[in-house]
Ligand binder design. Structure first.
Ligand code: IPM
Ligand code: MN
Length: 357
């Protein structure tokens, strides 16, 4: 296979972890006889510094000409001024919107080797296997917002807005995924308060009854869900929810496996390139020290192989290589529980070796 892949290293630890994932993808290409062409583009804070915008036109054009995009992370204290004209995060949001990447898949499956790294007791976490499907191009992230003068200062608003088709298409992604898993869909909303949530509840109930009556379907309020994730995470299979609830719940859920450093995510649209990235952020305090965990990005590369290139065997090989390295006891600092640890590059080398061996 011939594929054009765009690397978007971004800020903070982004470049370090993407570099390791690139090595892994190159190894896959060699082992399985593919030709992957890599193009590296600017996004986020670095792009603001160089071009005055977090998502330069050139980056968009390269992404459009690609099969998939692999992103590190964006943002950092340097660009955190709340009065700034633009922010690194706008680059990521722009990319999601530009390519209509409406479904964000975030699998949460604690590794048996690392159960000790979880802040929760083993008997609660063990056996958890959740696929979050977060709506990614609508809701309060993209609704009308603004500021205006107000007695005593200003007032500001952000609007959560959803249409029937926006809800239907992401619920369909969730339901289709559930059919290949444990056949259960949990839809999370705040229908006791928010009108937008009441539309979600109506639309998804109707769709599930009409097209997915073979699946178990339940609705849970978002505040209760925050609790259930810590008390009975094993009870959930596919969880679908709107953009901001998904943002918050997936950060919470990411603690079940113990470290953000292990969690990949995929953002997909109905056509065009998909976007793959670790769930973690740019971690500016550890950037440039060769201590960040590259496994989330390496596992995101596996998702890229699976979802955008349809290379299931190759994706599984990468995941198996990561598993082997963990089985051998190798740990970066974030998952070492105070024990001996290795650096970013070394971890990448071990995965490459496991893949080649
Ligand atoms: C995420 C991040 C982004 C989001 C930020 C960086 C815009 O937190 O991917 O979860 O809020 O969606
Ligand atoms: Mn987030």
């Amino acid at each position: 296979m011939d594929a054009r892949l765009v690397l978007l290293p971004g800020d903070g630890i982004g470049p370090e972890v993407v570099a390791q994932a690139e090595r892994v993808l190159k190894t896959v290409a060699r082992q399985f006889g593919h030709a992957f062409h890599f193009v590296t583009c600017d996004i986020g804070g670095g792009a603001i510094d160089r071009y005055g915008t977090p998502l330069p036109e050139k980056t968009i054009a390269e992404c459009r000409a690609s099969q998939a995009m692999l992103l590190g992370a964006v943002g950092g204290p340097k660009w955190d001024d709340p009065t700034a004209k633009t922010r690194p995060e706008a680059g990521l949001l722009g990319l999601r919107k530009e390519f209509d990447l409406f479904a964000n898949l975030r699998p949460i499956k604690p590794w048996p080797q690392l159960l000790g790294a979880s802040p929760l007791r083993r008997e609660i976490v063990e056996g958890t296997d959740i696929l979050f499907v977060r709506e990614l191009t609508g809701g309060i992230y993209f609704g009308d917002s603004g500021r205006r003068p107000h007695a005593g200062g200003e007032e500001a608003w952000s609007t959560m807005i959803y249409s029937t088709p926006e809800i239907e298409r992401v619920v369909r992604v969730a339901a289709a995924a559930a059919r290949l898993r444990r056949r259960k869909v949990t839809m999370v909303d705040k229908a006791n308060v928010l009108e937008a949530s009441r539309l979600w509840r109506q639309v998804s109930a109707k769709l599930m009854a009409a097209e997915y009556a073979d699946l178990e379907y339940e609705v849970v309020l978002v505040d209760a869900m925050a609790m259930h994730l810590l008390s009975r995470p094993r009870d959930f299979d596919v969880v679908v929810t709107e953009n901001m609830f998904g943002d918050i719940l997936t950060d919470e859920a990411s603690m079940l496996p113990g470290s953000l450093g292990l969690l990949p995510s995929a953002s997909i649209g109905s056509s065009g390139p998909g976007l793959y990235e670790p769930i973690h952020g740019s971690a500016p305090t550890i950037a440039g020290k060769d201590i960040a965990n590259p496994l989330a990005t390496i596992l995101a590369a596996a998702m890229l192989l699976r979802h955008s290139l349809n290379l299931e065997e190759e994706a599984a090989a990468v995941e198996a290589a990561v598993e082997r390295v963990l089985d051998q006891g190798h740990r970066t600092a974030d998952i070492a529980a105070g024990g001996p640890s290795i650096g970013t590059t070394k971890m990448g080398t071990l995965v490459v070796e496991a893949l080649s061996g």
